[in-house]
Design a protein around this ligand. Sequence first.
Ligand SMILES: CC(C)(COP(=O)(O)OP(=O)(O)OC[C@H]1O[C@@H](n2cnc3c(N)ncnc32)[C@H](O)[C@@H]1OP(=O)(O)O)[C@@H](O)C(=O)NCCC(=O)NCCS
Length: 196
Amino acid sequence: MSAFDATRLDTPRLRLRPLHEADAQALLEIFSDARVMRYWSAPPWAAIERAQAAIALDREAHAAGRHLRLGLERRDDGALIGTCMLFNLYRQCRRAEVGFGLHAAAWGRGYMHEALVALIDHAFGALDLNRVEADTDPRNRDAIASLERLGFVREGLLRERWVVDGEVSDSAFFGLLRAGWRRGGAPAGPAPAATP
Ligand SMILES: CC(C)(COP(=O)(O)OP(=O)(O)OC[C@H]1O[C@@H](n2cnc3c(N)ncnc32)[C@H](O)[C@@H]1OP(=O)(O)O)[C@@H](O)C(=O)NCCC(=O)NCCS
């Protein structure tokens, strides 16, 4: 088993773990929803085979260290409610991109925040990365709020970078440096004044 396949990250309400074949239906439910896929880099998934292919791809990519995708399993009821991943891993530069998606019924409860705090801790800790990036549609307010809550900084706009189902869209590019990361997501600010 590869190190990525063995990754388990526990948070108060979630267990982050690699996906397996039995997750295909739950995965399809999440990523066939047009609300979840509105600003995604691909159209909504239409068939179970798409979910099965993603799970099969993970096995290969985890073994090669190309990406790390983890499912968000809710501890309460064992439901798979989303995924988060580090991809475009570039070892030499110690950087990767982050991607994430949550079942629409689970939005607005801080689940993704909880998951991304653990994933980014893992990225800057065990994986020894120095920079995590995110490419999101500038209209994707919820994703941008999630990124900014974690301390990601907006670094630029890449125009007309995506074409999905004929729709051309821009990328708002965000970055988070290890030096600016404090567990819990608050961006590192100036050092607190020393108390006498
Ligand atoms: C992006 C996405 C994951 C954000 O979902 P989310 O539930 O808003 O994400 P977070 O975990 O960051 O939740 C924060 C929200 O939960 C609320 N919340 C409730 N309980 C909370 C808790 N215990 N801790 C933290 N936040 C909590 C926050 O107030 C915040 O709501 P607000 O933005 O209205 O203030 C979701 O909209 C999604 O899956 N979108 C489609 C996929 C997508 O676009 N992915 C990004 C591609 S780059």
